[in-house]
Design a protein. Structure first.
Length: 299
């Protein structure tokens, strides 16, 4: 296995703070995302490396092991156990190779060379299996995308994977695709792929759980006399009645016009509408006169 400098992949220093790593990952992921580079195999490869780098460097424990053991960080604990069992004298791998003395990094490299063979390939004598590395990725969606269960195709490690996105997923929610991570070592199981959903903010609605909130302007005359307005919901347009003498800032609830409950598409949240009464501007003399008469009629 060739060594990949995860710090270099993300474009950060080795002393980078977690926030710097997070910002660098998001910048690189947006730039290299397969949806923006559908026919660029090199971009797909770099996108995968960016996800691997983030998966390791964003986890304090994994980052500590990576800094200590490099490309073989996943098997550092196995090395430590073997080292403790054999003491500092020697270790005999399945291929009969031995090492003794020397620095810790040299011992570690020799340990895996003897167990799995050079270049990261399993040796015929190696019997210990190791699980592959997990991958992490972000999937960016619009609010409309979470209204119905649908499928999307992702490119994972050069392969197209078709996944089902359940209705009602929330921003920051994760799902696991078992076995879609890095291949295992020496016949071990593959790692998993963890997908984090990033839901883009919608200018029309604010989402809280399964409920949606929106503000709609109402003409002064409709607020006073009553009327009707057409509202855009995720399920389509609906006509909503405005009661006479509606007050500014008052709210109504449209039951079942919110977001589907996760994995329960027959259950929905509500849509809460706040009325914002729009005052008339540029009144004519006649309108001003009529408003004056109305004012005088009020007790």
């Amino acid at each position: 296995m060739d060594f990949i400098d995860y710090y270099k992949v993300l474009g950060v220093e080795k002393e980078a703070k977690p926030d710097d790593i997070k910002k660098a990952y998001r910048k690189q992921a947006r730039k290299l995302h397969p949806d923006l580079n559908p026919n660029d195999k090199e971009a797909h490869k770099k996108f995968q490396q960016v996800n691997e780098a983030n998966e390791v460097l964003s986890d304090p424990e994994k980052r500590k092991k990576y800094d200590k053991y490099g490309k073989d960080w996943q098997h550092g604990e196995a090395y430590e156990k073997a080292r403790q069992a054999q003491g500092s004298r020697s270790y005999s791998g399945g291929g009969g190779q031995q090492f003794s003395g020397g620095g810790e990094e040299d011992d570690f490299s020799d340990f895996f060379a003897s167990m799995f063979g050079g270049g990261g390939h399993s040796s015929s004598g190696g019997h210990t299996k190791f699980r592959g590395q997990d991958y992490n990725a972000e999937l960016h969606l619009n609010l409309e995308d979470v209204f119905k269960t649908h499928q999307q195709t992702l490119t994972v490690n050069g392969k197209n994977v078709r996944i089902t996105i359940p209705a009602g997923v929330e921003d920051g929610q994760k799902i696991k695709l078992k076995g879609y991570g890095s291949p295992g070592v020496n016949g071990g199981p593959n790692g998993d792929l963890y997908i984090t959903f990033v839901i883009k903010a919608d200018p029309r609605f604010k989402r809280l759980g399964n409920d949606l909130y929106m503000t709609t302007e109402v003409d002064l005359y409709d607020a006073v006399l009553g009327g009707e307005v057409t509202i855009d919901t995720l399920a389509g347009k609906v006509k909503v009645k405005i009661k006479p003498e509606t007050q500014n800032g008052s709210k109504i609830k449209l039951k079942g016009k919110g977001v589907p409950v996760y994995k329960k598409e027959d259950e929905f949240g509500d849509l809460v509408i706040t009325w914002n009464i729009k005052m008339p501007a540029n009144l004519t003399e006649k309108e001003t006169e009529l408003f004056t008469q109305l004012k005088e009629l009020r007790p």
